[in-house]
Design a protein around this ligand. Structure first.
Ligand SMILES: Nc1nc2c(ncn2[C@@H]2O[C@H](COP(=O)(O)OP(=O)(O)OP(=O)(O)O)[C@@H](O)[C@H]2O)c(=O)[nH]1
Length: 764
């Protein structure tokens, strides 16, 4: 009683319910803008945790996108990691769905006609639910805010919107179309018309607990998620067993339910003021006893704060009047203001209680879940970050090694190329010199080679041409095989050495990982290198013209020639001959091979021609000349000496004429051939040696180019590898940066949830 008096005085003094009511000339006006309402705690908490879960949702989706992006890179994220994080997307989505539906729920229970519907209508400031004497509410009616401005109904399991006027029929026990007592009708009422609805409070009216035995079903269906229970009792009687039994059942299924007891119809006490205090005390004690000692849902002191004596009917009428709506009985009993204040007091305490309870029961678990999700995702990302960082470090090291290898190869290749070029040049010069020297020596031995040719010689033209052709081939192959015999092993050995050195050098340049693969390609030729000596005597000596006509050794021409051979030079200097130009047939040598004419002494051939000419000139003078010469000789040496000399000269001539056989002709032919071929071969010594050295250069350069290509292939592979490594480093860098950012965001979200706990849960 003392608490009641104090509470009333306090309210009358103006420091009671502050947010919803003011007195104005005895009328009560409702302030709908209850920004300081305790319900705002729930509203703010809901908004805050919703915002946090929007961020968590984005975060988890970002994490999944990121993980899909890195899952292709081996060693960063496992398939299990990806699956785990993907699983969080649905979980967060489910929490967001629940959060959207989260509201504060209050359920009203009590016996029939105790005034449950009237209390709800009073709280909603409007006559929304059917009420009246007798059993009126025949099913559960849940009043909640409508997202649109319209008011409508919806029966459970149906999407059809029904006119709100029909609630009187649907929910009324006397209606023809009665619903099951366990069924539920949703009544959607514009939020803007009622502060409670706007702040996400859902009010559930129930049939009287005395009209059904199915209380367990009720509890299971409508009570488990209720934040506050209001027992609407009838103050004209007392708490009944049916009411008590119901809440005993509730307290077995729900831990520490928040129960308020409204002793309604307290306006009846106005007619019996003398017993008011005693009755109030009696009811209050019984209610405290019920809550604190029977149900043990709160302490006795807390229980006192949850028991109210009100008149819902008066409260509703007052509020309807404020809104200038018609009321059935405008006359209110004495003390209605005090009872109304107590009703307001109930509302304030109820709001505090439901707000705190809903925040605690609904959002605490979301906050825990959010932290757990953030921590789990953070752990996965931390793992990814560590993997990416370690892999990146390994790749950076690989990049460094590749860089070093490439630089070393480039350096060694430059130096080796220079050395190999020098080596090739030296080889080329050496081969050129050797071939030149050997060929010159062999040309000097040409007569022996020609003498070795023993095919039968005949002087007729056709046979002679065939003989010449065969001799060309003999000389060509003989010279070739001689050169080969003398040079092959030497050059071949040098080539092998050079190729081996080249291969070894290049092999050593290759990085160890590439050597095995390159080994097969780097082996030098199995066949020894052979230089091809192309002398082509057929063409070279094609202009050879033999001269096989008989010439007497002591004829005047021969003597002049012999004399010229010994003293020609001297004579030529003192007495150069003044000869007639040679006929064209005699000077038939090709211009390229003809000896250039100089202004000096005549050659042996020219002297031969001159002697012939002279002899011809002498003999052509006829008998007169001969007689003069004979007379001169006879007179000088005597006829005997002349006769003997003549006989000897004739015998000598005869001898030579008789010995002018085929063999002699062959010897002459070979001598002439040797002279001619030797001269021609000497002309091509430089050409042949250059050709041979070119072959050597070609062979070595080809091999070097092949080896360089091999190195180039290896370095190209390494360049490709380097590019891959660079790309991998970039990818890993991005992965570790993203993983770090996402990991940090997880910490940020956990921190946000901690702040949420501090703001809404810790002191609640
Ligand atoms: N005098 C008086 N009558 C009230 C009060 N509250 C409700 N009534 C009346 O009691 C009757 C029953 O009220 P309801 O609100 O329908 O009671 P209920 O508990 O919802 O009844 P059921 O829906 O049948 O369970 C109505 O005629 C109300 O006008 C009150 O505080 N004082």
């Amino acid at each position: 009683m003392a608490a009641y008096v104090n509470r009333t005085i306090s309210m009358m003094a103006g420091d009671g319910p502050h947010n919803v009511a003011t007195l104005n000339n005895g009328n009560v006006r409702v302030n709908m803008t209850n920004v300081d309402s305790p319900l705002q705690i729930f509203v703010r908490a809901k908004k805050k945790i919703n915002d946090i879960f929007v961020e968590i949702d984005d975060y988890v989706k970002d994490a999944v996108t990121f993980m899909h992006a890195v899952s292709g890179e081996p060693g960063i994220a496992t398939a299990q990691d990806v699956t785990n994080v993907e699983g969080f997307v649905d979980k967060v989505q489910a929490i967001r769905e629940v959060l959207k539906r989260d509201h504060m729920k209050v359920a009203f229970f009590g016996r029939t006609s105790n005034g449950k519907s009237t209390v709800i209508n009073a709280m909603l400031h409007d006559k929304i639910l059917p009420s009246g004497i007798g059993h009126t509410t025949n099913c559960f009616l849940q009043v909640e805010g409508s997202d649109t401005d319209e008011a409508f109904l919806r029966t459970e399991g149906s999407t059809e919107k029904q006119n709100v006027q029909s609630v009187g029929q649907l929910g009324h026990a006397l209606c023809d179309t009665r619903l099951q007592e366990c069924s539920l009708v949703h009544v959607y009422w514009p939020r803007e018309l009622c502060a409670l609805l706007r702040d996400d409070v859902v009010l559930v009216d129930s049939p009287g607990v005395d009209v059904t035995p199915n209380l367990d079903d009720w509890i299971d269906q409508y009570c488990l998620d209720a934040d506050v229970f209001v027992l609407v009792a009838n103050s004209e009687s007392t708490l009944m067993l049916t009411e008590k039994n119901f809440f005993h059942k509730v307290s077995t299924k729900i831990s520490q339910p928040n129960i308020f007891i409204l002793n309604n119809r307290w306006d009846a006490s106005a007619s019996e003021p003398e017993y008011l205090d005693q009755v109030r005390t009696q009811h209050a004690d019984r209610c405290v006893d019920f809550l604190a000692r029977e149900l043990r849902v709160c302490s006795a002191k807390e229980a006192e704060e949850r028991i109210f004596f009100i008149s819902a009917k008066e409260a509703l009428m007052t509020r309807l009047r404020e809104r200038e709506k018609p009321v059935s009985s405008p006359i209110l009993a004495d003390g209605h203001q005090i009872r109304y204040f107590e009703f307001l007091d109930f509302e304030r305490k109820f709001e505090e209680c439901i707000s705190q309870s809903a925040v605690r029961t609904k959002f605490a678990q979301h906050s825990r879940r959010g932290k757990s999700i953030a921590a789990d995702v953070c752990a996965v990302l931390d793992h990814i970050y560590t993997n990416a960082t370690e892999l990146k470090a390994a790749k950076v090291e690989q990049q460094r090694v590749l860089h070093e290898q490439l630089s070393a190869i480039e350096e060694q290749l430059t130096s080796s190329t220079r050395q190999m070029k020098d080596k090739i040049n030296r080889m080329v010069e050496s081969v050129e010199h050797k071939v030149s020297l050997t060929l010159s020596q062999e040309i000097r031995r040409l007569s022996a080679l020609v003498d070795e040719y023993d095919q039968p010689f005949r002087s007729d033209r056709a046979a002679l041409d065939a003989y010449k052709r065969a001799l060309h081939r003999h000389v060509e192959s003989g010279l070739g095989s001689r050169l080969k015999k003398r040079l092959s092993s030497d050059i071949g050995h040098e080539m092998d050495e050079a190729q081996k050195e080249m291969a070894e050098r290049m092999y050593s340049i290759l990085p160890s990982g590439k050597r095995a693969a390159a080994a097969n390609y780097i082996i030098p030729h199995q066949q020894p290198f052979e230089v091809l000596y192309r002398l082509n005597c057929d063409n070279l000596c094609a202009d050879f013209q033999e001269d096989l006509s008989f010439r007497f050794s002591y004829g005047i021409t021969a003597l002049i020639q012999r004399f010229q051979g010994k003293h020609g030079a001297r004579l030529a200097l003192k007495n150069p001959p003044n000869y007639t130009p040679l006929p064209a047939t005699i000077s038939a040598a090709p211009p390229a091979l003809a000896t250039p004419r100089s202004a000096g002494p005549l050659s042996a051939e020219e002297w031969g021609m001159v002697s012939k000419f002279a002899l011809g000139a002498v003999t052509s003078q006829g008998t007169m000349g001969g007689l003069l010469l004979s007379g001169l000789l006879l007179k000088t040496v005597g006829w005997r000496i002349v006769a003997v000399t003549g006989v000897l000269y004739g015998a000598l001539y005869l001898y030579e004429r008789l010995t002018w056989t085929g063999a002699a002709q062959e010897r002459l032919f070979k001598r002439q051939y040797v002279a001619h071929a030797g001269k021609k071969l000497r002309l091509i010594v430089d050409l042949t040696s250059a050709n041979c050295s070119h072959q050597v250069q070609q062979e070595l350069s080809t091999m070097f180019a092949r080896l360089c290509r091999l190195i180039n292939e290896a370095t190209t592979e390494m360049d490709d590898e380097l590019m891959d490594v660079k790309e991998a480093i970039k990818l890993l860098e991005d992965a570790s940066t993203s993983a770090k950012k996402l990991r940090n965001k997880a910490s940020y979200l956990s921190h946000e949830l901690e702040l949420f706990d501090d703001a809404f849960l810790k002191n609640n």
